[in-house]
Design a protein around this ligand. Structure first.
Ligand code: CO
Length: 136
């Protein structure tokens, strides 16, 4: 299930507007999209960088996965997302190789992509997201 790219690196923050202003000021980058994904309880912005993206996440409520992450860890890197061609094949491969899947089947994430999360205990304490991408 070799991932062919890092689709995005996600950073959890308290204040999305403030972080986007900082990124614009310090790194001269701006989001290409911004949306609320209510199923995940986040407002997210995507910044294109080369062939990959930086994703900035702000929880819509403290009682959400990202809200609880912020309460426990403070702001910081939340997950790394790998681009895969066939997400069902990737999930089957991971399960067969001992990974703990948070999502046994794909769901719809930001940008309408099919996504699935893999538990941090499976890979260096890092939450992994799979993103099915067909156009590279
Ligand atoms: Co993500």
């Amino acid at each position: 299930m070799l991932p062919y790219n890092i689709h995005h690196v996600a950073i959890a923050v308290h204040d999305l507007d403030e972080t986007l202003a900082t990124l614009k000021d310090q790194y001269t980058v701006e989001p290409m999209s911004r949306e609320t994904v209510s199923e995940q309880g986040v407002e997210e912005a995507m910044i294109a960088l080369g062939g990959s993206h930086l994703q900035i996440l702000q929880p819509t409520d403290p009682d959400t996965p990202v809200g609880r992450f912020l309460a426990r860890h403070g702001e910081g890197m939340h997950h790394v997302a790998f681009a895969v061609v066939d997400i069902e094949e990737a999930l089957a491969h991971l399960a067969a190789h001992g990974a703990t899947l948070i999502d046994e089947t794909p769901r719809i994430g930001g940008g309408g992509h099919r996504i699935a999360f893999v538990h941090p205990r499976s890979m260096g304490g890092t939450l992994v997201e799979l993103v099915e991408v067909h156009d590279g």
